[in-house]
Design a protein around this ligand. Sequence first.
Ligand code: MLT
Ligand code: MN
Ligand code: ZN
Length: 369
Amino acid sequence: MREGAQPAADRLRATRISTPALRAPALRAIVLGAAAGGGFPQWNCRCPVCALAWDGDPRVRPRTQSSLAVTADGRDFLLLNASPDLGAQIRATPALQPRRDAGPRDSPIRAVVLTNGDVDHIAGLLTLREKAPLALFATAETRAAVTANPLFAVLDPALVSWTEIVPGRPFEPLPGLAVEAFAVPGKVPLYLEGDAVEIGTETGSTIGLSITAGGVRLAYVPGCAAVTPALVRRLSGADALLFDGTVYADGEMLTAGVGTKTGRRMGHLPVGGPDGSLALLAAVAVGRRVFVHVNNTNPMLVEGSPERRAVEAAGWTVAEDGTEIALPARTAGEDASWPSPPDISTLPPSPPPAPSPTASSSTSPTTGR
Ligand code: MLT
Ligand code: MN
Ligand code: ZN
């Protein structure tokens, strides 16, 4: 639990993922919000997983909507997406608060990179409207989606700049922090969907990011409809991978009775199953594997659930708000290859879930799928 956090977030626990601190981190990432759109629990939802959160079950922790903060120097920060919960995220994160030595108006947040135009990734721009200099980076598609809405004209063009991201062309949103975007199979934002929406197109509507500083690399892919050979090549060798963990089972929103869309229809491949991200990324060598953008229906949010055990057995962690990833600089000649994760096919089956004090077995998040 971090200083300055909201009382409602009392049960949030920040986790720290880092190699031994022999060197100052070259790249530090703070998960500001680990949940998908709607957050966890979602305001109007009593699906089996949200029910646990509303009822205070200690196996689940609330999470705010999707965003990451990264820094190379520990002083200036780049946001990867701007969550509707950004205000609360800043209040919970001392590193993002106005600094003591910087006068009456200040923010360590200097720039924002958008990976798509979804509401959970752009609404926080409105929180950043208070006449502060800010550099925004987005593809032409995402910028057009945002600026088509007159509400975003509150971002004063005298202070807020837009720079177009072209996939494959590196840029430096902050000194010492190099970013390269790559197109990821996705779709247009929900509010731009027409009658026939194409899923899995590789346009500028959905991008992944490769962030490099001090010779270490973090890959951030909060939305992904499919794992392609090109994506596997992009992710291979990253020191940390933060990947789309929206749904565990493609049909879990239907099973829970809270929606009519599959994960794939929303542009998110599932985590589980033979064609899910756990299986498709198993052979990709990366340093750390962390699921972000987790939907409130996803049973891997429940500690000890079979789904949580399965992702942990495969070498993944499920991000929480406040999870930090500190990557020490790699010196010249140091090996950057990563061992493959454990072979999950040889692991014993997960034990049955612990009985839930709040949910009957028919509504348990770990059953009925
Ligand atoms: C998504 O990730 O699919 C979107 O955030 C959905 C939405 O716009 O609510
Ligand atoms: Mn989203
Ligand atoms: Zn829910």
